[in-house]
Design a protein around this ligand. Structure first.
Ligand SMILES: *Cc1c(COP(=O)(O)O)cnc(C)c1O
Length: 434
């Protein structure tokens, strides 16, 4: 009864994200009441394994005692203070730690990933203006890229379903061929294909560099494109090309940062340093909204001046919120004490092996990068994604396919029994959604 009531009230009062609300006439919302490790528990007590880490934000499980305690402690001292004119220990500590980890600095905070994208784009544009290169106003991104859905971020995003409706509102940007190796020619190796895409990038940048401010890229995995993975040599070439032609490289590590691809940051696998790094999602372990952009001393120096207008005057009300920073510090501390990357390697290998169970289904492009596994399903069912999602729910699995891509991206605390369950339920869901 209570369950039904909450569901109806939600449909009346809440406009749910990324949702055609009318579809809830068929597929009911699920009122969740608790979280516990990799599990979510609904109002009837039914358990769901959170195989998408609640939209890629959760790293160390729901109801994590260490992150929870850090927030509680902070709550007893200072819940929030504006960051213009004031500072506090959590934001200073977090900025120092992020700087150590990324090799960049001057952390600028916001609350969502899309805001981090906006900040990086504005900073890059403003940098070129401050150094007198006012013609450098254009941005480029990859085909099928996703950088968030506010207008500026959507301008460099290339996912039709999110972008096309708003096209006339958006700043134009050019898209470079994606190194996603699903797009390679038959028989072409991932690295050869990545390098071929880098040649196109080079040709474009060589021709347009005088008007280009920055190239924004999702390192190693284009998650929203359906877990499009690519060879790290593309990143290495992108860095060289941007450096050679005086164009900023913005690494959007909002989804892939904090260990998801097997290293703390995906850029490490190409041994490159971007000019800007955008962070969010996993930064607080999935507890509170927080995002950050870090950049180079050179960029920072171009804003440091007697003139107010040469400063970066961007702000959000909750910039550097102490509770969110405390959650982030607790999350980073888990990385420091728990040998997370090593453990993830073992988990990843175990799951990769178990994924073989899916090979008797009509699949292609089985792939894995760190703690992300994906396959594309060959089916003529136009509502495969929705049906697969619904079928998985019946099994107690939260799976959210992107078009025909089924992916698993669970919290890092997933154990072998969880993986067995997750893959068995995935197999069932695919089979019943074909
Ligand atoms: C999710 C995501 C964003 C946007 O973050 P929000 O917090 O949803 O605004 C930007 N870039 C990438 C790569 C993402 O995956």
């Amino acid at each position: 009864m209570k369950n039904q009531n909450l569901l109806d009230r939600s449909l009346q009062a809440v406009w749910h994200p990324c949702t055609q609300m009318k579809q809830h006439e068929q597929l009911p919302l699920i009122p969740m009441s608790r979280g516990d490790g990799v599990w979510l528990i609904d109002h009837t007590g039914k358990r769901y394994l959170d195989a998408v880490s609640s939209w890629w934000v959760n790293l160390f499980g729901h109801n994590n005692p260490r992150i929870k305690d850090a927030i509680k402690q902070q709550l007893d001292t200072l819940e929030h203070v504006m960051l213009a004119g004031f500072t506090h220990e959590p934001v200073v500590k977090l900025s120092e730690k992020l700087s150590q980890l990324t090799g960049l600095g001057h952390a600028f905070y916001a609350s969502d990933g899309a805001s981090a994208t906006e900040i990086a784009l504005k900073m890059s544009f403003h940098y070129w203006r401050n150094v007198g290169q006012t013609e450098k106003t254009q941005f480029i991104s990859l085909q099928n890229s996703y950088h968030g859905e506010t207008l500026g971020a959507l301008g460099v995003t290339d996912v039709a379903i999110f972008k096309d409706t708003y096209a006339s509102l958006l700043t134009q940007s050019a898209q470079m061929p994606s190194p996603d190796f699903r797009l390679a020619e038959a028989g072409e190796r991932a690295e050869a294909y990545a390098l071929r895409c880098a040649e196109s990038l080079e040709a474009y940048v060589a021709e347009h560099h005088e008007t280009l401010a920055a190239f924004i890229i999702e390192p190693l995995v284009q998650c929203a494109a359906g877990m499009g993975m690519y060879h790290h040599s593309y990143l290495k070439r992108a860095r060289e090309i941007c450096t050679q032609h005086n164009v900023h490289l913005i690494a959007d590590e909002i989804a892939v940062g904090f260990g998801r691809t097997g290293t703390m940051f995906a850029c490490e696998q190409a041994n490159i340093k971007p000019d800007f790094i955008c962070l969010s999602k996993g930064i607080t372990g999935g507890y509170l909204p927080l995002s950050a952009v870090l950049t180079t001393d050179a960029v920072y120096a171009a804003f440091y001046d007697d003139s107010t207008a040469r400063g970066f005057l961007h702000s959000h009300s909750y910039t550097g919120n102490p509770l969110a920073c405390s959650a982030a510090l607790a999350t980073l501390e888990i990385f420091e004490t728990d040998d997370v990357h090593h453990k993830n390697k073992q988990t990843a290998a175990y799951a990769k092996d178990k994924m073989q169970a899916l090979t008797n289904l009509p699949i292609e492009h089985m792939r894995q990068q760190g703690m992300i596994w994906a396959v594309d399903i060959k089916t003529n069912n136009p509502s495969f994604a929705k049906d697969c999602y619904a079928q998985a729910l019946t099994q107690g699995l939260l799976l959210r396919p992107i078009d025909n891509t089924v992916y698993l991206m669970p919290p890092y605390v997933v154990n072998e029994a969880d993986i067995d369950f997750m893959i068995e339920a995935t197999q069932y869901a695919i089979q019943h959604a074909l």
